[in-house]
Design a protein around this ligand. Structure first.
Ligand code: SF4
Length: 256
C-alpha cells in the first residue's frame, strides 16, 4: 500500500469511527467544518465526508446544550481511554486523564500533561500545582473549579514527568481540539510553554506571549506560567496575577 493509500485508509477509519460515535450519541447531521470531520490531525473534510458517505451540502449547526456537550465529551473520553497512539505512554500510564469541569464553561484552563498524582487519580491538576491552580480560580478569580473546565495537551503521563515530545503532542492534538470545540469556551488560559506553544502553534517564549490577548479559532487566549513553575519560582506569581487580571477584565469579572 502506498503512503497516499495509507493516509486515505486511516482517514476513512477515523471518519467511520467518529460518525458511528456521533450516531450513538443521537447526532444525525453535521455541518461542513464540524470538528468531528474537520481535524488537521486527520484528513480534509471533503475527503472524510466522501469516504464516510456523508453528503451534507446544507449547513446544519448542531445545537450545543450542556447535556449534548457532555455526551460528546463522553464519547471522546472513551476513545482516549482506548488510545495507544503513543506506545510508551500507553504502556506506562495508570489511566488516561481526560479533563474535568463544566462542559458549558466560558473558560478552559489548558495545561501540559498529567503528573504522578493526576495519573493516579485520573483528574488533571490535583497535586501541589493543582492546589495552586485551585487557589488562583477560587481566591484570585472568585470562581469554583466546577465553573470552569481543565484539560491538558496530553492525556497520558510522560514517564518521569518529562516534557511531551512533538510527536506525542501531535498525536493527542485531535483530542484536545475536539474537547475545546465541544465545550466551545469564550476564553482559554494556557498554563506554561508546552500548552501555549501547542495551542497557538508558535515557539515564542511565554514571557513574550504574556500580557496579550491571542486568538484560537475565535476564542480569546491568555498565556501565563504553569503552576508547577510558580511553585519553583514564587517571584513569578505576581506576573501570573497580572495575567489573571487581564483575563478577568476580558471576562467581565470584578477585579479586586
Ligand atoms: S497521550 Fe494522547 S495520543 Fe498519546 S496515547 Fe495518550 S491519549 Fe493517545
Amino acid at each position: 500500500m502506498s503512503g497516499v493509500d495509507v493516509s486515505v485508509e486511516r482517514a476513512r477509519r477515523i471518519a467511520v469511527q467518529r460518525l458511528e460515535s456521533l450516531s450513538r450519541a443521537g447526532v444525525t447531521q453535521l455541518r461542513r467544518g464540524h470538528p468531528a470531520i474537520d481535524s488537521p490531525a486527520t484528513a480534509k473534510p471533503q475527503e472524510v465526508a466522501a469516504v464516510a458517505g456523508a453528503q451534507h451540502e446544507t449547513p446544519t449547526p448542531m445545537t450545543k446544550t450542556p447535556s449534548n456537550k457532555q455526551s460528546a465529551l463522553s464519547i471522546i473520553q472513551q476513545e482516549v481511554a482506548a488510545c495507544i497512539r503513543c506506545q510508551e505512554l500507553a504502556d506506562s500510564r495508570t489511566q488516561t486523564v481526560f479533563g474535568v469541569g463544566n462542559p458549558d464553561a466560558r473558560l478552559c484552563f489548558f495545561g501540559e500533561a498529567p503528573g504522578a498524582d493526576e495519573d493516579r487519580q485520573g483528574e488533571p491538576f490535583v497535586g501541589r500545582a493543582g492546589k495552586l491552580l485551585t487557589d488562583i480560580i477560587k481566591k484570585g478569580m472568585g470562581l469554583e473549579r466546577s465553573d470552569i473546565y481543565i484539560l491538558n495537551v496530553l492525556k497520558c503521563r510522560p514517564p518521569g514527568n518529562r516534557n511531551p515530545s512533538p510527536d506525542e503532542a501531535g498525536n493527542c492534538r485531535e483530542y484536545f481540539e475536539r474537547q475545546i470545540e465541544t465545550i466551545d469556551p469564550e476564553f482559554i488560559c494556557c498554563l506554561g510553554s508546552i500548552a501555549a506553544h501547542t495551542l497557538l502553534e508558535t515557539n515564542i517564549a511565554v514571557g513574550k506571549l504574556r500580557g496579550k490577548i491571542h486568538d484560537y479559532r475565535g476564542r480569546k487566549v491568555v498565556v501565563t506560567y504553569h503552576p508547577a513553575y510558580l511553585l519553583r519560582n514564587p517571584s513569578a506569581k505576581k506576573h501570573t496575577w497580572d495575567d489573571i487580571q487581564i483575563l478577568m477584565r476580558e471576562m467581565g469579572l470584578p477585579v479586586p
